[in-house]
Design a protein around this ligand. Sequence first.
Ligand code: DGT
Length: 230
Amino acid sequence: LSSKVLNEDNIQLPLKPGRKYTVSIEGNIGCGKTTLLEYFKSSKVVEAIKEPVSQWTNVQGHNALQLLYDDPSRWSFSFNIYAQLTRVQMHTKPHNKQVKMLERSLYSTRHCFVENDFRNKTINGLEYAILNEWFDYLTEMPETGMDLIVYLRADPKVCFERIRKRSRKEEAGVPYKLIEDLHNLHEEWLLKQKCGKLPAPVLVLDANNEYHKMTEIYEEKKHEILCGVK
Ligand code: DGT
């Protein structure tokens, strides 16, 4: 796996001074999105907005993530529509820093999780249609636009091992097939571009490496990851 930028022509560095940018960090469960956000969190120019997993494990007292994995056919629609709400909240959160860095986006819910649930029949045709109509409506809003996607591309086996090691209680029963399927969906969306025009150029980083090597890669690619903002 090598680092490359798709649609390289679309990234014009340095970008206009003073403008705000939105960068979405994408990749499979366990690929290291949180680590990247943690790395850039202390930067003066970055507002890092982590995925609200704690919100999903306590929706007014309901552990939506646990329910999702206990009984996907019953709970996938509820989970995805709630994930969609929390993602709009991330996209629209006001910020003062020049670069807003998001852990996933409305797009990964749609093209990876919702797509996977429909293919595996854990959501039905009507549920799929409702989620997609919401997605189309929400992504027409200028506030949900993005300037760059950073794809942390890792082997599904590596992700599966990391998920096993971190042993998040709700993910105890995550099957390898889910990780493989989500990997393929990220590839279809971000590399093969099978989901239509991408909302932003994609910077692909090899995320198979261990922590120290990954931080070296982040430092080396900092200029691109931050859209040229110093
Ligand atoms: P990292 O830091 O790369 O290891 O990332 P994670 O695993 O902390 O974050 P992520 O987004 O890959 O997943 C957190 C959990 O939530 C995981 O069990 C998958 C699930 N999840 C995240 N987003 C969605 C979504 O939009 N729909 C569904 N059905 N599940 C989702």
